[in-house]
Design a protein around this ligand. Structure first.
Ligand code: THU
Length: 133
């Protein structure tokens, strides 16, 4: 995916809107839903640190609010030295609305560095089978 792709530009725009005064680590995410629409989100921190939200969480909330329910692809951008990968809680959130084939594109404002499937990132996520007795 190149930097002029609409999913990349949506994630980059969100990255620039991030509210991250405590960590100094802005993150932007953009989802392409299976219904063909794009939803973006950024991290939103809080002086009470555990009250903050991750960018993926914000993008998922926007998708659900927009009426879509399935994640086809997601771009996640941050400006760290190392590759950004979603936190464990966000992997579980992505698992709720994605499939094992959902593509997760990881990168910086300069471009995508790596694309992994959700199954590669979360091979043994908690799922509804575990709830069956
Ligand atoms: N963060 C995200 O938004 N997404 C991730 O995948 C990893 C971490 C945020 C949470 C916090 O606002 C900041 O990055 C530093 O942890």
């Amino acid at each position: 995916m190149n930097t002029s792709h609409p999913l990349f530009t949506a994630a980059l725009q969100a990255f620039h809107q991030a509210y991250a005064p405590y960590s100094g680590f802005p993150v932007g995410a953009a989802i392409l839903s299976s219904e063909g629409r794009i939803y973006a989100g950024c991290n939103v921190e809080n002086i009470s640190y555990p009250c903050g939200s991750c960018a993926e969480q914000s993008a998922i909330s926007a998708m659900i609010t927009g009426g879509d329910r399935h994640i086809q692809e997601i771009v996640i951008l941050a400006d760290g030295k190392d590759l950004i990968t979603p936190c464990g809680a966000c992997l579980q959130r992505l698992n709720e609305f994605g499939t094992p084939e959902t593509l997760v594109h990881l990168g910086t404002p300069q471009g995508i560095q790596k694309t992994l499937s959700l199954a590669q990132l979360l091979p043994f996520g908690f799922n509804d089978k575990a709830l069956r007795k």
